[in-house]
Design a protein around this ligand. Sequence first.
Ligand code: BGC
Length: 743
Amino acid sequence: MSENSETPFLQAQWIGRPGYRLNNWQFPVWPAPMFRREVALPVDVECAQAFVSGLGYTELYINGARIGDHVLDPVVTKYDQRVRFVRYDVTEHFQRGNNAIGVILGNGWYNCHTPDQWHFDKAGWRDYPKLLLEIRMTLANGEQRLIGSDLTWKVSEGAVRFDGLRNGETYDARCERPGWSEPDYDDVDWEGAVVVPGPGGLLQEQTTPPCKVIETLNPVSVQEIRPGVAVYDMGQNMAGWAQLCVSGEPGTEVVMRYGERLSDNGEVDQSQICHFVKEGECQTDRYILKGQEEEIWEPRFTYHGFRYVQVEGLPDTPTLENLRGRVVHTAFEDIGSFACDNEDLNRVQECTKWSFRGNFVGIPTDCPHREKNGWTGDAHFAAEAGLMNFAVGSSYAQWLETMADTQRPSGQFPGIVPSCGWGYNWGNGPAWDSAYVFIPWYIYLYTGDMMPIRQHYEGVKRYLDFCDSMASNAILSFGLGDWMSFDPEQKTPVALTSTAYYYAHTKMAAKFAELLGKRTEQNNYDAFAEEIKNAFNRTFYKGDGLYADGQQTALAIALYQGLVEDTEKGAVVEKLVETVRAEDFKANFGVIGAKYVPRVLAENGHADAAYRLVAQPECPGWVRWIRDGATTLRESWGDVNSRNHIMFGDVSAWMYQYLAGIQPNAEMPGFKHTIIRPHFVSELDWVKSNYASPFGRIYSGWSRNGSHIDVEIELPEGTSGTFVRPDGESVELSAGYTKLQAA
Ligand code: BGC
C-alpha cells in the first residue's frame, strides 16, 4: 500500500458465482455475473459511501439507478500486484425501507479468455469476475451500518451472454432481469454467492479520471451494400462503440462489426487489425431483440477502434438514426488548442488529438483495435503531445505505478504495461523503456508534480543497473531503435539510438538525484554519463559532422540528447540540414526521428527547414496522411497496418512549442515560469495557441503585419515568463497581457 492510502474494506470479502470455476482444466466462458442483495433501513440515511472493485469491469446499481457515469472501471493494472477501487457518495440513492444493491461484472483484462499474441489468456492473475464492495452508512438515528460483499449476496446471470475485451459483446435482451437491482425483486432462483480468493494485489483508490463516454457522434453516411448489410461511416476514427436504436421481432439478431477501412466491395475490412486475436470474433457486438417498440443498446464491457460499423440483421431499411458513435476514453480535460494559417497543419493537430484520445482508454495504448496494449515506447513518444493537449499527468502517474509493478528484480521492463509476462526478452529496449524515466520528468516539467520522480527513482536506478549489465564498453545495442523507419535499409543503427538513450537516462538519473538532494549519486551518474558520451562519440562519430551514415535520426538524437561535443555541434547541425534538404524534406525516419528531427532543426536556427519537413505533402510525411483523408495518425508512413496510432504524435507538441513557442521551464516547472519562443517561419502568416496550465490560461499568438510581426502573449496570475526573439534576445514578461513587435 502506498503512503496515505488506507483500505476502506473492513468487512467485505471477494465474492463470485459458484459455478464459475475451472472445469477439467478448461476455462469455459460464462455470461456476465450479476450480484444483488437487499438492505432494510429503519430510518433515512444521513450519509453513505460505496467502495467498489469488481474485476475485470464493474457497474454498480442502487435501487435501479446506475451509480456514476464511469465506464470500463476500474482501470487495468497488474491485478496480482495492485487493484484499484472506486469510491462513490451514494447517500441520495438510499431511502428508508427496503433498498437493493446490484452489481454486474465484465471480464475485461482480468479474464482475457481468447488466446492472443501476448498470452493474456495465460496471465498469472487470470480468473473469473469477482466483486469486492463495501458501503459505509450513517443513518439518521446515528446508527452506523457496514454492508459488505459476502455470503449474503445472491448471484445470477442476465442479458450479457458474452463479453471479451478484444472480441466484443453479445447481449440477448430476452434474458434481461427487469427490476433485478430494485427492492422486492423475486430472486428465489438466484444462487448464493461464494467467497473466492482475492486477486492478490494491493488495494488502492483510483483517484485519476475514469473512462467515460465523452462524446456522441452521428454517422455521416450509411450504405446498404447488399440486402441486410449496412455500413455506417462515423466520419471519424475513434475508440468506443456504437449505440444501436432498433425495433423488431423478438429474437432478431443484429450484428455490428467494427473496423477502420473498407474493402473494395464496401464491406468493413478487419484484416489488418484482427490477426492477433487467435480465436473467435474480433471487434464484433451482437444484440438480440426482445421485441419492444424501441430498443436502445450499447455494449459495456468491451471497446473498439473504428470509423466504420458494418451492421447486419437490421429488421428495417437502415437509417442514420439506427446508430450513433460513442467516443470513449479517459476523461481528462482538454487543455490545449493550436491553429495557424496552414489547414494541413491544423488537421495534423486535430488528428493527433483524436489519436491521443483513442489511445488513452484507462492506460496509454498503441492502438485501440488490434492490440489495446500499453506499449511503453508509444507512451514515451506521445507523452509531451499528450501533456500539451490534455490534463493527463495523473493518468500517466497511475500507469507508471503499473509499470513499476512489471519491473523485474533485474531492473528489466517488458514492452507492454501491464504485461502478463510477455515481452521481456522481446527486444523493446531503451527507447521503449524510456517511458519509465522520461514520463516522471515530463510530469514534473509540465505539472510541477514531483511525486513520480520520488516514487520511481529507485526503479530508475535498477533499470540503469540492468542497462549496465547489457552494455559492452558503455555501448548498448539491444532494442527496436528507430521503429517504423520509412526505409528499413536506411534505419539508424540500433546501437546508436539505444546508447543515446542510455546516456540520456543516466543524465536524467543525475537530475533526479539532484532534485532529491542525493549529491553523491548525482555526481556518480554525471561521471558515468560522461563515459557513455565518450564511448558514443568514439564509436559513432566519423568527423565532419557525421554520425553513422548521416541518417537524420542519427544526427538529431546525438544533438538532442546533448552527446555532441561543443566544437562539433555546428558541423553536425549543418550535416543534418544538408541531409534533410537532400532528402527533399521527406520524413526519412521512424518514431525516434519524428520526435527529434523537427525539434533539433528549430532549436538550432533552422525552423524553416523543420516547418517544411512537417508541412510537405509527400510520403513519408504527416501531411500525406491528411491529404489521403486520415482522421487520426497512422502506424506507418505508408498505409499498412493500423490507422490509429499515436507514436508519431510529438509533432503536435512541436507546433505548440516551436511555432507558438510555449515551452515549460525546468527551473520553475508546471509553467510557474513560461518560455515563449515562437519561430516566425516564412511560410506562415499567423499562429494562435492556448494552453490551460496548472496556473491558468497561457496564450501565445503572432501575425504578420507589413514588415513586422505582432506578438500577443497572456500569462496567468502568479506566473512570469520570458519572451525570446529569433535572434536570441529576451524580454522578461509578467502575468497578464503583453503585446510586442518582432522583426
Ligand atoms: C505496436 C507498436 C509498438 C510496436 C513495438 C506494435 O505491434 O503496435 O506501436 O510500439 O509493436 O514493436
